[in-house]
Design a protein around this ligand. Structure first.
Ligand code: CA
Length: 744
């Protein structure tokens, strides 16, 4: 078994309990010629003075990074030219700032007029003086810890938006909050779902995506498709927080009036199932792009709930608008077009991966297109105005389809991939060929730089035993079968690795790719000087490639995982590269904290402090004395209620939650129940399960974990032993998988 294989299994087993132009000067004051009266009103905001004009002309201010993808097109392309292929070797650390967490960091920073803003785990936001790294303020939305059980894939946040003096963040408990960019104080806050239903089992919404601001409206979706929610994207007035429009992505109960014609049309593709009872899914949990030319907001939708279509719609309908790219009018949210990447999805093939807009020369004609390297392994090129499919080809190996029919736009699915009666070792697996990790695009090379994943996942139907649950996942597959499947089929391929790939979207072919790292690889940044900056995920490396050839020109060690996409900015005539890092590679939940903002510049000479020597805790469970029946019952409860956070079969997969096999609570049922039934650690994310579990259930769960821990202690094979030293946590955004925790 290779190390990557080992790591992949560890990952499956989750955690336990728990330019050239100078930068604009700071916000312009009233013009010198202004009369006193003019100087009074309207005044520019004291910070984050981002306007429609500035965002629409972001290319004219290359020193800024004012929106998630650098500009509305989300190409993550910096026009700054000071750092180039020749001098990049002298790039060094200029400053760093520690966060107050050791959880995984996925936040893409913003840079506006001398200040870096960045979101971290638990939906917190920091503002740093970009010159010195001094913390200007920190905002904590105080997400209730127990909400962690409603979050599929880690306590992460991928980014924020800036507009007219405010910073906007979506929170894990699905609030949208406006923060005064100068003071760090809350300006307004709104629940993005019906707050009166927030205790309902089917209102397990969360937000990990970055908001975007378009024409004075904050665009935001949400997560929750692994549990059971109804997906939609909303637009809120940026000044007041009032809801401006909402577009649902799946139909509600057809016995009730449809919100619009599109929902009626979509409902006709859902067969005889009663999908609305578990929400339907289709969450908009990552990508959203504004096309200012066509005045459309485009976004991707996620999987259906449950994943297994047999449990959702036995008729096998297309189930619109799951796994689709949708465009709506920016002012009203009215439907414009859609393209469904994966009709009748049964593989968690969200179409939520990052998209970008570019102008390509296709057949001698310039076309404005939207490009998505999709989780399902196909890269799509769509006409931005109409959604017409212009090109589609697999950018990774795949075994579920053998191409896309360009007449119908539908994938040619291999029947066996639908795993009705026979398990299927899916490639790309539910981790996806491309997760939330942001692409870059260079209009100089005309290449897309894709953080690519090569990962298998055994799909095993659990249609016979599936029952909708108010707690835990609603997938209707046997998630725990990952262990037994590979145990029974030791020769079956089972990798999970990531690499950066340069793809030509005109010729539709790969141009180069980097070496692979374990698990997902990091988001990318392109520059006008032909550089690609990108992190190697759990490889802990932050590096720069030649955009044309893939030659590695510079690298540095980050002491932790590098997954978030970097940005570049200019301040006082100097170009910098900033990246948020963090993610346990040193040994999981108990390891020291290296989650930070790192800022690099030419001739930077700062060194990170030496890492703290760390010895992971050793297994020390009490003897296993429970009967096989009790352990089996505990295994079932564990799978239902614990595995989502703490990992399949009792083994942590990362750093967000502790490895329960190491818990001291195993030595006392009373102590165990204090946490599991009485909620003693709820503020740290471990909710009380008293409504779902009885004392005999928690005793069985404890017996199961003890049995697992003894098995691991006595058989220190990597698959079941203590977490390997290099185990990496992955959580992605919202619904993907590093296994459960990379947002899939
Ligand atoms: Ca998903």
């Amino acid at each position: 078994m290779t190390r990557i294989q080992v790591w992949g299994l560890g990952a499956l087993l989750s955690l336990l309990l728990a330019g050239c132009d100078r930068a604009e000067t700071p916000a312009p004051a009233a013009p010198e010629t202004a009369t006193p009266a003019q100087a009074v009103a309207p005044t520019a905001p004291a910070a984050a003075n981002v306007t429609a004009e500035r965002l629409l002309n972001a290319g004219a201010e290359p020193g800024q990074w004012m929106t998630y993808g650098g500009a509305y097109e989300e190409q993550r392309y910096s026009r700054l030219t000071q750092i180039n292929k020749e001098n990049v070797k002298s790039l060094g650390l200029v400053w760093f700032a520690d966060y107050d967490t050791n959880l995984q960091q996925t936040g893409s920073p913003l840079y506006v007029d001398g200040v870096i803003y960045v979101s971290t785990a638990w939906s917190k936001v920091y503002a740093f003086d970009a010159k010195t790294g001094k913390e200007l303020w920190k905002f904590n939305p105080k997400v209730p810890g127990e909400w962690a059980v409603k979050v599929c894939c880690g306590l992460v946040n991928r980014g924020i938006a800036a507009w007219n003096g405010k910073i906007y963040v979506g929170t894990l408990d699905a609030r949208l909050i406006a923060i005064d960019a100068k003071t760090g104080k809350e300006a307004w806050s709104t629940h993005t779902f019906d707050e009166t239903k927030k205790t309902d089992a089917l209102y397990r919404y969360s937000i990990t995506m970055a908001p975007r601001v378009v024409k004075g409206k904050v665009i935001i979706g949400n997560s929750g498709g692994e549990f059971g929610v109804r997906g939609y994207v909303s637009a809120y007035d940026a000044e007041t927080g009032a809801l401006a429009w909402r577009f649902y992505t799946v139909p509600g109960n057809p016995a009730e009036p449809f919100e619009n014609e599109q929902m009626k049309m979509a409902a006709a593709t859902w067969g005889e199932g009663e999908w609305w009872k578990v929400g339907g899914g289709g969450t908009v949990w990552d990508s959203a792009v504004y096309d200012s030319v066509n005045d459309l907001v485009m976004f991707g939708t996620g999987n259906g709930t449950p994943w297994n279509q047999l449990a959702r719609d036995p008729s096998g309908g297309d189930n619109l608008f799951l796994a689709s790219i949708i465009a709506v009018k920016a002012d009203t949210g009215e439907y414009a077009w859609h393209y469904q990447t994966t009709p009748a999805d049964t593989w968690d093939y969200d179409a939520t991966s990052p998209m970008l807009i570019a102008n390509l020369n296709l057949d001698g004609q310039e076309r404005r297109v939207v490009i998505q390297p999709c989780k399902n392994g196909f890269l799509y090129v769509l006409d931005a105005a109409s959604g017409k499919l212009l090109a589609a080809k697999n950018f990774t190996e795949m075994n579920w389809a053998d191409g896309v029919d360009m007449e119908t736009g539908r994938p040619r699915v291999k029947p066996e991939a639908r795993y009705k009666d026979t398990p299927f070792n899916l490639l790309p697996g539910v981790q996806g060929a491309h997760g939330w990790h942001a692409n870059a695009y260079s209009p100089d090379t005309n290449l897309v730089y894709i953080p690519t994943q090569h990962a298998y996942f055994p799909m095993v139907s659990a249609i016979d035993t599936y029952k909708q649950s108010d707690v835990g996942y609603n997938l209707a597959i046997d998630f725990g079968a990952q262990v037994t499947y590979y145990r029974d089929k030791p020769d079956a391929p089972r990798t999970f690795e990531g690499y950066l790939q340069a793809w030509d979207p005109v010729a539709m072919k790969e141009v180069w790719h980097s070496e692979s790292n374990q698990g997902p690889t990091g988001g990318a940044l392109a520059t006008a000087t032909g550089l690609i900056f990108q992190g190697s995920g759990s490889g802990q490396e932050f590096r720069a490639f030649d955009a044309a050839t893939g030659e590695k020109l510079w690298s540095t060690q980050a002491q932790t995982a590098v997954l978030a996409p970097p940005i570049s900015f200019e301040l006082e005539g100097q170009q910098y590269v900033a990246v948020s890092v963090g993610g346990a590679v040193q040994g999981g939940y108990y390891a020291p904290n290296y989650s930070r903002m790192l800022v690099f510049g030419l001739n930077g000479a700062l060194q990170l402090p030496a890492i703290t020597p760390y010895v992971p805790p050793q297994l020390n469970p009490p003897p296993a004395t429970a009967s096989a029946e009790v352990v089996a019952a505990g295994s079932g409860h564990y799978s239902q209620y614990c595995a989502a956070c703490h990992g399949e079969n009792g083994q942590t997969r990362g750093a967000t939650f502790p490895n329960l096999m190491l818990s001291q609570m195993l030595h006392s049922q009373e102590g165990f129940d204090t946490v599991v039934l009485q909620g003693a650690l709820s503020e740290r994310g471990m909710a009380s399960f008293a409504e779902a579990l009885k004392p005999e259930d928690t005793a069985a769960i404890r017996a199961f974990i003890i049995a697992r821990a003894n098995e691991a202690k006595n058989n220190p094979a990597p698959a079941f032993g203590a977490p390997p030293a290099q185990e990496q946590q992955q959580e992605d955004g919202e619904e993907g998988a590093q296994q459960p925790h990379e947002e899939r």
